[in-house]
Write a protein that binds this ligand. Structure first.
Ligand code: ATP
Ligand code: MG
Length: 403
């Protein structure tokens, strides 16, 4: 069994971002820390280190690292005592464990500590010979080796690694500023949130609930989706908006064919106020062109008319199957298809207008106390922080039960 002592983390697009570099690195460090609370992490100019305080958890840690945006690739590393014999013993053990017949190999040595007895070419030679001796059939290949054993001799120790695991790419969550995601329990909005996070947006999730028409299960589903999204950055603030009064008002006072249009306009006004109060710069939603009546260009125009805040629609041009494919990959699909009602569908008429008119929408709103309704919804929000690892909380709760 190989025991890794740390993980070397390489940055992706970060390297191109000149003076913002320090912000990027500290955002990434923070996100890694939040998702790996029990490990020691340290990030520097060109790479980061996760020092494994619990090396036995390596597989689980690697799985979490693979989801964090801003990481280009990472390599688990074995730390060896500063002497040639110890290096040889470790390399021999590693090679024996990972080599498959037919594979080619290469040794890539770097001697940062110039007082070490062998220089880099000598190290390559000596260690290459060792691999030949250990495995009768191994072939070296300088250009396209299957296994690349990297040896780095530093002052404190020697570091050995061979695997490079691709990261999630993108930019660290938080580096682009904050945005508010309109998160239903459907398939599209979680994918939209994921894509915004991938470009560094620190999202807060805004969910409209209309109890008793919508159930506690529907609310829980939105929270569970938020927890899945939290794996890609740090924790996420979940904001529940009480929407019942507004939906009843629209149902009672506006024509059924405009119900969907007006409902959407209210949602957008509310999200926009929450965004302004909470320092968000944009709104993100899961609209996809032509998918349903509210997502025609005509509908979008009338709904969008209530705000000039930029609205980012990451899945707007994707086909449903492409969105589903991505939802499956990021782990939201199974949750999204659980059968709970959404507030938007509870009073929905069979034939919503696909081509609503702005002047008609505004005329119907004259009969409603738009300002008062919006203000009450905004003042009634409930905010809860949701993080990726519920285990810690549950453990704490179990523990406090015992006290
Ligand atoms: P989704 O799969 O994201 O639910 P959808 O295809 O079902 O999308 P709609 O129900 O028309 O489309 O919703 C369009 C967008 O409006 C959603 O993607 C989401 O961003 C937002 N939205 C809808 N319902 C809610 C809700 N209850 N809370 C917050 N946002 C919502
Ligand atoms: Mg929906």
């Amino acid at each position: 069994m190989i025991i890794y002592s740390e993980i070397l983390v390489r940055y992706g697009e970060l390297s191109t971002k000149g003076k913002n570099r320090r912000n990027f690195i500290s955002a990434l460090e923070r996100n890694v820390r939040v998702n790996l609370p029990s490990q020691k992490v340290r990030f520097e100019r060109d790479h980061g280190h996760v020092v494994l305080t619990h090396p036995e958890d390596y597989a689980g840690i690697a799985e979490k690292l693979q989801k964090i945006f801003g990481i280009h690739s990472f390599s688990p590393v074995i730390k060896i005592e500063h002497n040639l014999q110890a290096l040889k013993d470790s390399l021999q053990a590693l090679v024996t464990e990972v080599y498959h017949p037919g594979q080619t190999f290469k040794i890539i040595s770097r001697r940062a500590d110039h007082s070490f007895e062998l220089d880099s070419p000598q190290l390559n030679q000596v260690l290459g010979d060792l691999v030949y001796d250990t495995l009768d059939f191994a072939k070296a290949d300088m250009k396209h080796a299957d296994l690349k054993f990297r040896v780095e001799v530093r002052d404190d120790a020697i570091y050995l690694s061979y695997e490079t695991i691709p990261g999630a790419g993108g930019l660290p969550v938080g580096t682009a500023g904050r945005g508010h995601l309109m998160l239903s329990g459907g398939i599209d909005s979680p994918v939209a949130g994921y894509l915004a996070m991938k470009r560094g947006v620190d999202i807060e999730a805004v969910h409209f609930a209309s109890p008793p028409y919508t159930s506690p299960g529907a609310l829980q589903k939105a929270k569970d989706l938020t927890r899945v999204l939290a794996q890609f950055g740090g924790s996420i603030q979940f904001i529940e908006v009480p929407f019942t009064e507004i939906q009843e008002n629209i149902r009672d006072k506006a024509p059924a064919e405009y119900l969907m249009t007006l409902t959407r306009r209210f949602m957008l006004r509310i999200v926009d106020q929450i965004r302004a109060q909470r320092d968000g710069k944009i709104i993100i939603n899961g609209e996809s062109l032509g998918q349903v009546a509210s997502q025609t260009l005509g509908s979008m125009e009338v709904i969008n008319a209530v705000t000039t805040t930029p609205i980012i629609r990451p899945v707007v041009t994707m086909d449903k199957l492409e969105i589903i494919d991505m939802a499956e990959k990021i782990g939201t699909f199974e949750l999204s298809i659980l059968p709970f009602e959404d507030c938007c569908t509870i009073f929905a008429p069979p034939n919503p207008k696909t081509n609503p008119k702005l002047d008609r929408a505004e005329a119907y709103e004259q009969k409603l106390d738009v300002e008062g309704l919006v203000a009450r919804a905004v003042s009634g929000i409930k905010v809860e922080e949701i993080s990726a690892s519920p285990e810690h909380k549950e453990e704490e709760e179990e523990f406090s039960d015992l006290l």
